[in-house]
Design a protein. Sequence first.
Length: 310
Amino acid sequence: MDRRNHTDVNYFILVGLSEYPRVQIFFFCVLLVSYLVTVLGNSLILFLIHYDPQLHTPMYFFLSILSFLDICFTSSIVPQMLINCLLSIPIISLSKCLAQMCVLLYLGVVECLLLAVMAYDRFVAISDPLHYVVKMGPQLCIQLAVVPWFIAFLLSVVPVLTMPLDFCGHYIINHFSCELLAILKLACNDLKVYEFLMMATSFLTLLVPFTFILGSYGQILRAVLKMRSADGRRKAFSTCSSHLTVVVIFYGTAISMYMMPQDKASRDEDKIISMLYCIVTPMLNPIIYSLRNKDVKGALRKLIGGKNDS
C-alpha cells in the first residue's frame, strides 16, 4: 500500500446506522439472531455430513465446504458489526479495515467459484448417474474444492494489495463494514486502471461462473426431462432447486453491486444489498439445504433418534 495511507488516514469511522440509535438497537438484535442461525445452522450441516455415512458423497462434500465458507464469511464481518452497534462512534484502524476488506473480497470470490463447482457436480450426477462416483472421485473432488481458494487469491487479494490508495483525509465510510466499493469511494487518487481491472475481475468471478451455472442447469433440465420416472424427475428437481435458489440470491445481489456503474457518492442502497450476500445468504443456506433435502432431514432424524435411544 502507498505510504501516504498511514500518514493521511490512520482510522475510519463506520457510519452504519449510528445516526439512528433506536434503529441501531433493533439492527443489533436482528444481526445477532441471524449470526447465531448462520453459525449454528452451518455447523449442524457440517456435523451431520460427518456423522452420517450416507452423506459421504461428492455433493455433500462440496456442501460441507460451502457451510465452512459461510461460517468464515460471516465471522469476518458480523462480530465487528455487533460491536459497532454498541458504540456511538464506531472506529476501525486503517490496517484492520484493509484486512477486513481483503478477507471479505477473498471469501466472496471463493463462494462464487465454489457455487460453479457445485453446479458441475450436479450436472455430472444427473446427466451420467451410472458413472457419477467414478467421474467425481475423491482426488477430483479435493482438486475442485482447493482450486477456487487458489484462484480467488490471485483474482482478489493480489490486485487489492498492489493498488495505490490515497484518502486525502477522507475517513468516514457510509457503510457497516470495510467493503471494497465503500473504500474506493473515499480514495482521491486516480484509480481508473484499477477500476478497469476490478471490472475484468468481476467479469471472471461473477459473470463467467454464473453463465457456466446457467449452462449446466440447461443441460440438467434436458437430462431431467428425458427421465421416464416421475419420482426420479421430482428428486432431481428437489436436489437442484436448493442449489439454484442459493445461486440466484447470491449472484443476483453481487452482480447488482459489482457489475453496475458506480459513482463516488455513497448510497444507503449499497449497504442493504451488501447485507443480502454477506449475511442473509449464508444464513439461508443451511435452511434451504435442510428444509428441501430429504437426505439431510433423514440424517437429522437419525441423530435425534439415536440420542433418544441412548
